[in-house]
Design a protein around this ligand. Structure first.
Ligand code: ADP
Ligand code: MG
Length: 637
C-alpha cells in the first residue's frame, strides 16, 4: 500500500441502485490510496482485510460532504458522510466526528487534484426509496437543493466554469398539487445562512407572494425547495418568491459583464453583431467546446461594405493564463478583454463596441408567478391571430398588458380536456431553454385556453421554407443542437413527445429553436390523428414499432428527431414526398430510409441515420445525440 494512505473501518450503506433493492448496512474496511477509495470485506475478530468489494475512482468523485443523520438513527450511524460520483452517493458512517472530518478533508483534497469538475450543490439528506429526503425530489440525478458552504472544486477566477456537463434539471413531483410551500428541509449543522445571488434580469412581481428583482442587485436565498421559484430576501428585508433562472450565484462570474452573451451560439452572435453593424463590435460567448469561450468580432476593414464576423477562441496556457490571437497572457478573461479593448494585438480589430443581448431577452419563467397555473382570462389581451392547428386558433397577446404570450383557444370537442388539465400541472414544471414554456391554463370557461411562451419567428417548418436563405452549415447544425438539448431534457424527465417534427418547433427572435406541443397528442379527440392508420397520423415521423404496434418511447422520439434533422437539412421538404402513408408503412418496415440531403455532409447524415436503426435499443439516446451534434459543431469552428 502506498505511503500516506488512510484506512478505517466504516459502516457502508447499500447503494440501492434499483428503487426496490433493500437497504442494508455492513462493516467494511475502507482504504484511501492515491487514485481510488476501495472497500473490503472485513474480519472484525482477526482484524483482517478480506476480499475487495468495490471501489470508486477519485477521478469520478464530484463531491464529498456530511449527511444529516436520520431521526432515531442508532448510535453507530450518527456520523454519516457521502461520496458522490457518477452512480450517485456512496454513504459511509464514521465512528465519530473527528474521523469523519479527517476523511472528508483528505478526500476533498485528493479529489480536487483529479477532478476540477465538482458539484456546487448537494443534497444534505439521504436518498432513500426513490426520493431525496431533503427536498422530496424523486429523481436520483436531481440537482442538489443546497449550495455547498465551502466550494468543492477548483474555482479560481472570473468565468472559470469547470462544469463540462449541465446539471440535470429539477424534476416535477407528479403526485403533489402544484407548488404548495413545502416543509423546510432539515438543516445540517454546517450550513447557517443562505447564499447570495445577483439578479440578471428585472422581474416584476405578478402575485403578492413574488418579490421584485432589480438587475445587478443582490438577494439572499431563503428557501429552494421549489426548483423554479426560490424564496429570497432583498437588501431592504423584503421577502418573496423569484424565478430561480433570473439570478446567478455569487459574484465570481462573467455574467455581470455586458459583453458576455451567455447561451448565444455562433449564428446568433453573427446576427447580433450584424444587426448592430458597428466596426469593432464584439461580444464574448460560450464556445461550442464546453467550458471554453469565444470572442466574436465584427469588422468593416478591408473595404467590405457589408462587414464580416471573426471568431477567436480564448485559449489557455499550461499555467491557466488566458490569451487570444497572440500570446498576451492574462489571469482572468475580463483582464484579457480589457487589454484587447485597447489593443488589436493580432485581432482583426480592437474590441471597440460592446454588443450585448442582455436585458433585451429575459428568459421565460415556469408559470407566470409563484403558484399560478390557472390564469384569469380577464388578464389576457388578444392582439393578433398566429395561425390555427389541430385544436383551433392560436393568438398572440399580452398577459397583464405587458408579457408576451401565445394563447391556444381549444376548439370544443377537439381535446380530452379534463385529462389535459390534470397533466398540465406536470407540464408546467418542465422548464428548459429549448422547450416552449407552458405558462398556465384558463379552464373556468369554454373554450379553454392554453397559455404559453410566445416565439416571434413562428413555426420552424415555415422558417426553413420561407425565411432562411443560403444558411451557413453551422446554423443548421445549431438548430439540430437546440432541439436535441430540449429533447434530452424531456428524456431525462421520462417524458415522451409523440409528435416531434419541424411543425412542432418554434423559432424565437434570435433564431433559437424550441420544441412545443410535447405530449399533447394524447389529448387529441380525432381518430384521423390518433390512429396510426388515420390520415393525420405522423406516419412520416414514425418508426416501425409505432406504425406496427403503437409502441411509443423516447426512442420513437429519437426516430422522429432523425426525420426532423432531415427536414432541417432539406430546408423543409416533405419526407418521402413521392410516397403515400400506406406505401411508407410498407417500405419503412421493409428497410427504406430517407436519402442524404445535399446540405448534409457524411458525418451529419450518419448522425441522422443512427436515429433510424430498426431496433429502438440500437438508436442513440438524446443525450448521445446532443453530444454528437456538439462534437460536429466543434469540428466546424
Ligand atoms: P396545434 O398544436 O393546435 O396544432 P399549432 O401549435 O400548430 O397548433 O399552432 C398553429 C400556428 O400558430 C403555428 O404554426 C405557429 O405559426 C403559431 N404558433 C403556435 N404557437 C405559437 C407560439 N407559442 N409562438 C408563436 N407562434 C405560435
Ligand atoms: Mg402543433
Amino acid at each position: 500500500m502506498s505511503e500516506g494512505s488512510l484506512q478505517e473501518v466504516f459502516i457502508k450503506r447499500s447503494q440501492q441502485k434499483k428503487k426496490t433493492s433493500p437497504l442494508n448496512y455492513k462493516e467494511r474496511l475502507f482504504v484511501l490510496t492515491e487514485d481510488r477509495i476501495s472497500y473490503y470485506d472485513y474480519d472484525a475478530e482477526k482484524q483482517k482485510k478480506k476480499s475487495l468489494k468495490g471501489f470508486v475512482e477519485l477521478e469520478k468523485v464530484k463531491c464529498v460532504e456530511t449527511v444529516t443523520p436520520d431521526d432515531g438513527a442508532p448510535p453507530e450511524r450518527q456520523f454519516p458522510f457521502q461520496i458522490i460520483y457518477d452512480e450517485g452517493p456512496l454513504y459511509v458512517f464514521a465512528r465519530n466526528d473527528v474521523i469523519r472530518k479527517q476523511w472528508i478533508h483528505s478526500l476533498k483534497h485528493m479529489v480536487r487534484i483529479f477532478n476540477k469538475d465538482q458539484m456546487q450543490k448537494y443534497h444534505p439528506c439521504f436518498w432513500e426509496d426513490g426520493v431525496w429526503k431533503c427536498c422530496q425530489q424523486a429523481v436520483k440525478q436531481a440537482i442538489g437543493c443546497r449550495v455547498l458552504e465551502s466550494r468543492n472544486g477548483g474555482f479560481r477566477f472570473d468565468g472559470s466554469r469547470r462544469t463540462t456537463r449541465k446539471p440535470l434539471p429539477p424534476t416535477p413531483d407528479e403526485d403533489k398539487p402544484p407548488r404548495p410551500p413545502p416543509p423546510q428541509p432539515p438543516q445540517p449543522p454546517t450550513t447557517s445562512q443562505g447564499m447570495t445571488v445577483i439578479a440578471q434580469y428585472e422581474y416584476t412581481p405578478t402575485t403578492p407572494q413574488d418579490l421584485e428583482l432589480r438587475k445587478d442587485e443582490e438577494y439572499t436565498i431563503l428557501e429552494m425547495s421549489d426548483p423554479n421559484w426560490w424564496k429570497a430576501r432583498d437588501k431592504y428585508g423584503k421577502e418573496g418568491y423569484i424565478p430561480s433562472n433570473y439570478v446567478i450565484e455569487g459574484t465570481n462570474s462573467l455574467d455581470k459583464y455586458d459583453w458576455y452573451c451567455k447561451g448565444t451560439n455562433r449564428s446568433q452572435a453573427e446576427h447580433l453583431l450584424k444587426t448592430e453593424n458597428k466596426d469593432g463590435g464584439f461580444l464574448v460567448r460560450d464556445s461550442s467546446k464546453a467550458g471554453k469561450y469565444t470572442v466574436s468580432v465584427f469588422t468593416k476593414a478591408g473595404g467590405e461594405i457589408a462587414g464580416c464576423c471573426r471568431h477567436y477562441n480564448i485559449c489557455t496556457t499550461q499555467q491557466g493564463l488566458f490569451y487570444l490571437a497572440e500570446k498576451h497572457n492574462f489571469a482572468t478573461i475580463p483582464e484579457l478583454i480589457n487589454y484587447h479593448q485597447h489593443n488589436a494585438a493580432g485581432l482583426v480589430s480592437r474590441l471597440k463596441h460592446i454588443v450585448s443581448n442582455k436585458a433585451k431577452s429575459a428568459p421565460s419563467t415556469a408559470g407566470l408567478g409563484y403558484g399560478i397555473w390557472e390564469i384569469d382570462p380577464h388578464h389576457l389581451t388578444f392582439i393578433k391571430e398566429l395561425g390555427s392547428g389541430q385544436f383551433g386558433v392560436v393568438k398572440y397577446g399580452k398577459w397583464q398588458g405587458q408579457h408576451d404570450v401565445a394563447i391556444k383557444m381549444i376548439k370544443e370537442g377537439s381535446m380530452s380536456e379534463d385529462d389535459f388539465i390534470d397533466e398540465a400541472k406536470v407540464m408546467m414544471k418542465l422548464r428548459h431553454e429549448n422547450l416552449v414554456q407552458l405558462y398556465g391554463v384558463c379552464t373556468k370557461q369554454r373554450p379553454i385556453y392554453i397559455v404559453t411562451e410566445y416565439l416571434s419567428n413562428g413555426c420552424l417548418l415555415n422558417y426553413l421554407r420561407e425565411t432562411l436563405q443560403s444558411p451557413h452549415p453551422v446554423q443548421l447544425l445549431e438548430m439540430c443542437k437546440d432541439v436535441s438539448e430540449g429533447m434530452a431534457y424531456l428524456e431525462s424527465q421520462q417524458f415522451i413527445h409523440r409528435d416531434l417534427a419541424a411543425r412542432n418547433c418554434l423559432v424565437d427572435g434570435s433564431g433559437t429553436i424550441k420544441v412545443t406541443d410535447f405530449g399533447l397528442s394524447r389529448y387529441v379527440l380525432d381518430d384521423e390523428y390518433t390512429s396510426s392508420v388515420g390520415s393525420k397520423f405522423p406516419v412520416r415521423w414514425s418508426p416501425p414499432e409505432v406504425l406496427n404496434y403503437c409502441k411509443f418511447s423516447s426512442k420513437s422520439d429519437v426516430w422522429a428527431y432523425g426525420v426532423l434533422m432531415w427536414e432541417i437539412y432539406t430546408l423543409g421538404r416533405m419526407p418521402y414526398e413521392r410516397l403515400n402513408n400506406t406505401e411508407i408503412v410498407d417500405k419503412v418496415s421493409g428497410g427504406l430510409r430517407l436519402y442524404r440531403p445535399q446540405l448534409a455532409n457524411e458525418k451529419v447524415y450518419s448522425v441522422m441515420s443512427s436515429c433510424w436503426r430498426e431496433k429502438p435499443e440500437d438508436r442513440p439516446t438524446f443525450q448521445d445525440l446532443s453530444a454528437s451534434v456538439q462534437d460536429l459543431l466543434y469540428e466546424m469552428q
